[in-house]
Design a protein around this ligand. Structure first.
Ligand code: ZN
Ligand code: ZN
Length: 139
């Protein structure tokens, strides 16, 4: 059983059973492209090819390459110029969802946020403390 969906590439209806996100035809097409890309990259002189170069030489799309790197079908360790866009700035990255500079920035922001929260909590605690002690004084 699956869910009937429109194929994002050709628009045809297909039964999505969780194996792939495109219809059977486009899936087979993608596999053929993958074989081609793989053959292309196996040649030593193509190891360092850029995404633009691979798209030009094999007729696959950038999106396909991004997807294969993300899924680990093309290993960035072997092909240094491959990657997929960072969720934040769109720069190519090879690990995680964010590129290195965005994850460093995010970490910095988080630290600032954490420090700010501790400060605010400290203030709130002190205010509560004063309030309570004034209250007890009055009664
Ligand atoms: Zn399709
Ligand atoms: Zn980034």
């Amino acid at each position: 059983m699956g869910e009937v969906k429109n194929c994002p590439i050709c628009g045809q209806l297909f039964n999505d059973i969780g194996i792939r996100d495109v219809c059977g035809n486009c899936g087979a097409d993608e596999e053929r492209k993958y074989e081609e890309v793989y053959r292309f990259l196996r040649r030593r002189e193509n190891r360092a090819a850029t995404i633009e170069r691979i798209v030009e030489a094999t007729g696959c799309t950038e999106e396909m390459l991004h997807k294969w790197v993300r899924k680990g079908r093309l290993q960035p360790a072997l092909f240094p110029n491959l990657g997929y866009p960072c969720d934040n700035c769109g720069k190519l990255t090879q690990t995680g969802k964010l590129c290195e500079s965005c994850s460093t920035n995010l970490q910095k922001d988080l630290n600032v946020f954490e420090a700010g929260r501790e400060f605010r909590e400290g203030v709130a605690r002190r205010e509560r403390g004063t309030y309570l002690s004034e209250k007890t004084k009055r009664y």
